[in-house]
Design a protein around this ligand. Structure first.
Ligand code: UDP
Length: 198
């Protein structure tokens, strides 16, 4: 099967390439009438958190794709009768995804991280992926309300939104604001901007 259940959350058993293809497909078919596609990565640490945190667990249960990040997940999956075909984490996926998004000239928005971090991430993305449109970015500390963040995103006609507030904050944010956002895919990426800008 291509998903398995781990303590109440359905986890995708996908290769990196098929995961990227799936997200690109969602971006390509985004429409105003269709709800956005919610995407998360979970590692062993996240599983330990959502076992104890009902809000986090419930948020993940409403996500369209939860990918399995890391060797801890591989072991947990095996104990639940699934053999993972790949390690699908945000850090490895990001370049693949950006490459495909650039080829399709898609519009991305970055939300989260320290002001200097998200700014530098945007700068490097423009440099590294000609064709990719960084439609905008907002840091995860100084921005006022979720409503204001969503307005800014919607104003920029975004195809895919990367939310880097850490788990479970980012998953909760995506779950809480999904109905306000008009875009194709929202994806929680944790400390990714710190890595990418550093
Ligand atoms: N962050 C943020 N606003 C907050 C709390 C965290 O923008 O209120 C950012 C923080 O700057 C960092 C990321 O969220 O870039 C969290 O990274 P961490 O590695 O802690 O998250 P994980 O990958 O463990 O989910």
């Amino acid at each position: 099967p291509d998903t398995f259940s781990l303590f109440g959350v359905g986890i995708q058993n996908a290769t990196m390439q098929s995961a990227v293809n799936t997200l690109i497909e969602h971006v390509a078919t985004k429409s105003r009438n269709k709800a956005l596609t919610k995407v998360a990565f979970v590692n062993a640490d996240c599983v330990n958190k959502y076992i104890k945190d009902n809000h986090y667990q419930r948020a993940l249960q409403g996500f369209d794709h939860v990918f399995a990040d890391g060797v801890g997940l591989r072991l947990a999956a095996r104990r639940h009768g699934a053999r993972l075909v790949d390690n699908v984490n945000g850090t490895d996926m990001f370049p693949n995804l950006c490459h495909a998004l650039a080829a399709a000239e898609k519009r991305i928005f970055l939300y989260g991280g320290q002001p200097a971090v998200v700014e530098e991430t945007a700068r490097r993305l423009k440099r590294d992926y000609p064709g990719l449109i960084v439609a905008g970015y907002l840091d995860g500390y100084t921005t006022p309300s979720a409503e204001a963040v969503c307005e800014e995103i919607n104003r920029n006609d975004v195809d895919i939104l990367f939310v880097a507030l850490g788990a479970p904050k980012q998953e909760q944010w995506i779950a809480d604001n999904a109905d306000r956002l008009s875009l194709g895919v929202a994806i929680g990426v944790g400390g990714l901007f710190d890595f990418y800008s550093g």
